[in-house]
Design a protein around this ligand. Structure first.
Ligand SMILES: [Zn+2]
Length: 488
């Protein structure tokens, strides 16, 4: 058996490197599919470390794939590094303070996600170096555009994950846990309506309003909501209302829709109903409707074999401990929440049993801890949470597991300035190192135990094969689209 601790110690000794990568990417704060600097930093460091790096990947300019080793199993570690609009924030501040006016920020913690995943890939490489050729391969996948663009789904369509045996990743959160359950599949589509401009008072009969079409489409969809399955979701944003002049009949308008349902095949059906409403809105207003696919991703397939293995490693690695300063900072953030956090840490749907609630209440001091310095109980579940992730597509191709490590204060809303603030502190650095160790230790166990890889695959087959296999929501001819890309 390999001395796993040796590789985890190596991570402790090199913690500064990964903290620096995380901080740099936090500072770049690049939006989906525009992560040029972030990608360049990874590619440079990975090449220097001795990985063979391929970039771009699947025609996505900010994607990369870094490989080391030879032979099976081939273990993939997934990284993300895109930021969000409107969330620029001063690091470590306990109040809302923009760093750059109307700037971007890492509200989902993907800067930590990538750096923690990189730490794992480095430690695994050290292990494979010692183990020698033929003992296994690690591939570190740089997956851009998680927030919009869904690179993993494009990679899946283009067979980038072919030959992989297992995929591992993580996401920062406000708890330390191994993730379980499933989520929703999702399609994003933008609808563009084109009408005829005219003087809204002088010649209203000569105008055909694209904005009317958007409004009627939205009303049609509101009525659809009553007649769709409970866990399905539809959201929209008007991306172009046609201008600022009420005295002009708006000749153009655009609306972006997100449609979610558990299974990819069902999200397609719901999408078709929304398309029909868009066509009807165009007919009612005598405007022209065009649509373009933005992205789409599948739900996640849980894997109990891998969840158990990752949990055992999380127990061994342990959780971060915090200084008084870190706790005081977190408490100040918690005290400033506009809406007080309700309930105990962790998503209710997975931890709702009385036994779990009792354990979590005790560990979290009845939810009063500002930083959750404990590991959540082990739970395996098939329940569906309503969000979506493009990790889903990977999980339909190979057995996949993810953990969560604390990168944010307890109860902080997702995609918030509080998360951006915390993302560039020692709390974030501790979280990403913990996740890196858990992933590295899990991977090392898998290289050492072909029977666990086999068991994970058997479980995977028992779910995916009867379900008819992977259904890719990315059309054959779709190209990755940034939301501000011109239409024509
Ligand atoms: Zn995220």
């Amino acid at each position: 058996m390999a001395d796993k601790q040796k590789y985890l110690n190596w991570l402790d000794e090199h913690a500064g490197l990964f903290a620096d990568v995380s901080d740099s990417i936090w500072e770049y704060a690049e939006l989906s599919l525009m992560e040029e600097k972030s990608c360049a930093l990874y590619v440079k460091l990975l090449r220097e470390e001795g990985f063979t790096v391929e970039t771009p990947v699947a025609n996505i300019q900010t994607g990369f794939k870094a490989t080391y080793g030879s032979g099976r199993p081939v273990i993939g570690i997934l990284a993300e590094y895109d930021a969000l609009t409107g969330l620029s924030q001063v690091a470590g501040s306990t109040t809302r303070q923009e760093l750059v006016k109307n700037g971007t920020g890492h509200g989902c913690g993907h800067h930590m996600l990538g750096a923690g995943a990189m730490a794992a890939a480095y430690a695994v490489k050290k292990y494979l170096e010692d183990a020698g050729p033929g003992h296994g391969t690690v591939i570190f996948f740089g997956c851009p555009g998680e927030e919009g663009g869904a690179a993993k789904a494009f990679y899946a369509r283009d067979q980038v994950f072919d030959g992989l045996d297992i995929a591992l990743t993580w996401h920062p959160g406000d708890i330390n846990a191994v993730r379980t359950g499933s989520c929703n599949s999702c399609i994003q589509t933008e609808y563009r309506f084109t009408g005829i401009a005219s003087h809204a008072a002088g010649a209203p009969d000569k105008g055909r309003s694209a904005l009317d079409a958007v409004e009627l489409m939205n009303i049609g969809v509101q009525f659809l909501r009553e007649h769709m399955p409970d866990h399905d979701r539809i959201h929209y944003a008007i991306t172009d209302a046609g201008g600022n002049s009420p005295n002009v009949v708006q000749p153009r308008a655009r609306v972006l829709y997100m449609v979610r349902s558990e299974l990819a095949k069902n999200v397609r059906k719901l999408q078709a109903r929304v398309d029909k409403i868009a066509e009807a809105a165009a007919m009612m207003t005598e405007t022209r409707m065009e649509k373009r696919f933005i992205d789409g991703c599948g739900n996640t397939v849980p894997n109990e074999v891998l969840e158990k293995l990752m949990y055992k490693n999380f127990e061994e690695v342990g959780v971060p401990h915090y200084t008084d300063d870190e706790l005081a900072y977190a408490q100040a953030i918690v005290d400033g929440f506009e809406l007080p956090a309700d309930g105990l840490p962790g998503r209710g749907e997975f931890y709702e049993s009385a036994e779990c609630q009792k354990i979590i209440a005790k560990l979290s001091d009845n939810g009063k801890k500002p930083l959750n310095d404990f590991l959540m109980p082990f739970v395996h579940s098939n329940q569906v949470s309503c969000g979506s992730t493009d990790v889903g597509d990977v999980s339909w191709l190979v057995p996949t597991v993810q953990c969560s490590a604390v990168g944010f204060v307890s109860g902080a809303p997702g995609h918030s300035w509080q998360n951006v603030s915390c993302g560039h502190t020692s709390i974030a650095h501790k979280g990403l190192l913990t996740a890196g160790k858990v992933i590295a230790a899990t991977a090392i166990d898998l290289y050492e135990s072909p029977e666990t890889v086999k068991a994970a695959k058997e479980e995977f087959d028992s779910i995916v094969v009867p379900a008819g296999g992977y259904c890719c929501l990315v059309p054959e001819d779709a190209v990755p689209t940034k939301i501000d890309d011109p239409w024509d």
